[in-house]
Ligand binder design. Structure first.
Ligand code: SF4
Ligand code: SF4
Length: 336
């Protein structure tokens, strides 16, 4: 069954980059030290910042990210802290290297999901994007996590380099016992902005032809597959998550964004100052969210105008959806 998932207007989602350091140098990495810093937060700061967001909502979810978050030796203590504070769910996003013996230091009762990033069904394709040896390490990491009873997700960031292998993920997902599969659209920020949009981003027709069918195929293994909607017809409703949802993207230099597309710019709407969350002065991302443009997402129009196509009268042929609007295909184990 396929459905569009509107942003949750009741849950607070905290995407917490506890450090920016990473052992890999993926071609599409969105971390940008000029805007996200190079700090590793200490445990006291992580705890203080977690406490700020859980107060906003009794049903807050936290996703620990990096860099590679398992490089942080205090990640298990940060997970404990989030649990004690009452976070509804805790996810660790990882490239699969699982440093600091993390699987031995947390339990499936503490961590709801380990979310692994793999960008190819084959060693060759994945390693061309994520680096030599990363495929085997990630697969081994998934096997270990599943063996220990953890729920796992797989994140596949689609680009021109790996689009052709997306459907080939189906047997791998089944074999590994993955619980959820997330297809991501490549963000043209950080390192991918340097590589160039034309070499990485798939076209609208490629996206519409391949992604929904691939998602259905993978969902037939019985799991849930989620992918960004990306394109809207001009008569479909548009909403900006920055205005209607509670998503916070926190970086170790204290910047707090409400929109991931703004992360390559000093447009963050909030900032941690001495562990207090303060509003930043104008102009920031919130001023942009309120601009009502016929093309849909205003940030896409500003930073990725090549994604848009116009009619002769100047009206857009379609709208770009908020990057946080998702399609969800529930697994049915059907053989359709
Ligand atoms: S994309 Fe993730 S795993 Fe790859 S270099 Fe960036 S932080 Fe590391
Ligand atoms: S991606 Fe676009 S629509 Fe979504 S929060 Fe950012 S500016 Fe708003």
């Amino acid at each position: 069954m396929q459905k569009t998932v509107a942003f949750s207007k009741h849950a607070t989602n905290v995407f917490f980059h506890i450090l920016t350091q990473c052992n890999l140098t993926c071609k599409h990495c969105y971390i940008n030290p000029a805007h996200h810093g190079k700090k590793k937060l200490d445990l006291a700061t992580i705890a203080a910042w977690l406490a700020v967001f859980v107060k906003k909502s009794p049903s807050a979810n936290v996703i620990f990210l990096g860099g590679e978050p398992t490089l942080h030796p205090d990640l298990p203590l940060a997970v404990n802290k989030a649990k004690d504070l009452g976070y509804q769910s805790i996810t660790i996003d990882t490239n699969g290297y699982l440093f600091n013996d993390i699987l031995a230091k947390v339990t499936p009762r503490m961590v709801d999901y380990f979310s692994f990033s793999l960008d190819g069904a084959t060693r060759k394709t994945n390693d061309a994007i994520r680096g030599e040896g990363s495929y085997d390490t990630c697969i081994n990491g998934i096997k270990k996590a599943v063996h220990k009873g953890f729920s796992t997700s797989l994140i596949y960031t689609v680009s021109k380099i790996n689009l052709h292998e997306l459907t080939a993920m189906e047997p791998l997902v089944k074999e590994l016992g993955i619980d959820r599969f997330f297809i991501q659209v490549i963000g043209i920020r950080g390192r991918s902005a340097a590589v160039g949009r034309d070499r990485l981003q798939v076209s609208r027709s490629e996206w519409l032809d391949i992604i929904p069918r691939a998602a259905e195929k993978i969902a037939r293994t019985g799991i849930t597959v989620v992918y960004p909607k990306v394109f809207l017809r001009t008569d479909e409703p548009f909403e900006c998550a920055g205005l209607v949802a509670e998503n916070y993207f926190i970086f170790p230099n204290g910047r707090v964004y409400r929109c991931p597309l703004c992360e390559d710019f000093p447009l963050h709407s909030e900032l941690f100052d001495d562990n207090r969350l303060i509003d930043t002065p104008k102009i920031n991302e919130k001023d942009l969210f309120n601009l009502n443009v016929p093309e849909g997402c205003v940030m896409n129009k500003l930073i990725q105008p090549g994604n848009l196509v116009y009619n002769r009268d100047g009206t857009p042929q379609y709208k770009i959806a908020c990057c946080m609007l998702k399609e969800e295909v529930s697994g049915s184990n059907s053989t359709l």
